[in-house]
Design a protein around this ligand. Sequence first.
Ligand code: NAD
Ligand code: G6P
Ligand code: MN
Length: 442
Amino acid sequence: MKKHSIVIAGGGSTFTPGIVLMLLDNLDRLPIRQIKFYDNDEARQDIVADACEVIIKEKAPEINVVKTIDPKTAFTDVDFVMAHIRVGKYKMREMDEKIPLKYGVVGQETCGPGGMSYGMRSIGGVLELVDYMEKYSPDAWMLNYSNPAAIVAEATRKLRPNAKILNICDMPISIENLMAKILGLKSRKEMQVRYYGLNHFGWWTSITDQAGNDLMPVLKAHVKDNGYAVDFTDAGQHVDKSWQDTFKKVKDVYALAPDTLPNTYLKYYFYPQDEVEKTDPDYTRANQVMDGREKHVFTECKRIAENQSTEGSTLEIDEHASYIVDLARAIAYNTGERMLLIVENNGAISNFEPTAMVEVPCIVGKNGPEPLTQGEIPRFQKGLMEQQVAVEKLVVEAYAEGSYQKLWQALTLSRTVPNARVAKELLDELLEANKDFWPTLK
Ligand code: NAD
Ligand code: G6P
Ligand code: MN
């Protein structure tokens, strides 16, 4: 098997060590000759990449390691760009969450005004990565999980239509892991699913075992009373108490459309006031992550680099991230793996806008994804999705045209914002907070 060269963009991410450990654990499935770390914050990346270098030296010394903030060095001679950047870092995530909460509006990384604010920062960063990849390694593919994935995916569809970029989200993966637990299965791969929606905005319509037997009734009986709550001990990334509460809240989200099983993120659109009420406006998820995951990962990384050894390290393989290897393998070896991806609708949902970026199961091979048709969707979900996709498209238009008016429309249209006046006040405050990041709006 060919040995691959990979660049991790956003090398300083809290997820980088877990992903590197996962890649090293999967070398038999995806051989690697080189791993490069690329970030635009050298000091932050050094902390993570110095530790990763020690990890790689111990487990697979034959792999060449490169750490760089130079795009040419990073993007030359690579087969895959694994992208997880966060433009503005946690400081700006904190603003995205706290500013809306001042107005009694949901303050969330990817949903509502916070998601739009993050989107206006992220689009430029991801387009830049696409351009570097096309310039220095035109045959490479980008596996992108930089958020807000819905807005980023729409932006690349519109502004870089020929880019070899695959947008993927790990939320369905985590939920399917919980479903497998509820069902007593060894792996989510024992299930075959049908699903439709937008990113962080979708529903499972069918879950069967590989023999085609319906597993929905057992799952529904569980979700009706418990949401996706189950024994969370190895829930990996989504194990914090706030995540456990989210999985429990699915019970209320499910009740709206009990023919299907929902994505967790719908709670922000169905029950925004409940979310605002239980959020401490002075200590949001960004604070939890900075005091939790970031502190843990960075402390461990510094220790590993100092000792030049991983002995006693508590960094863990991000097992759930092995979907990234499945995706890379699908492209590299034309495996035809069936995976949920964010792709242009183009008829996959027959009664929905053809140019919408939707999340549906796809067969993935050497030449990219082939979406599977999901047919017609019901009025309730269609109405919600039309509103939300319009929000996402307006944000991208606002970015591309530098339009204040369109961003105001986007905020006003979001289910999470009560009226146009609040939308405008919020927009003005977000604009001020983002002046170093957003394009100029007229
Ligand atoms: P993080 O802040 O720890 O890491 C992001 C890194 O990106 C930082 O080191 C930062 O310096 C770097 N960066 C920012 N702008 C850059 C640019 N223009 N070029 C190069 N590097 C840049 O964040 P995190 O919590 O580890 O998350 C990383 C990303 O992954 C976020 O976008 C997050 O939303 C996303 N994520 C997505 C999924 C999914 O389901 N799609 C799951 C988990 C995380
Ligand atoms: C899930 C979502 C991601 C999101 C992450 C936030 O994995 O799919 O898109 O970035 O949750 O998790 P955090 O622990 O950073 O709040
Ligand atoms: Mn996601």
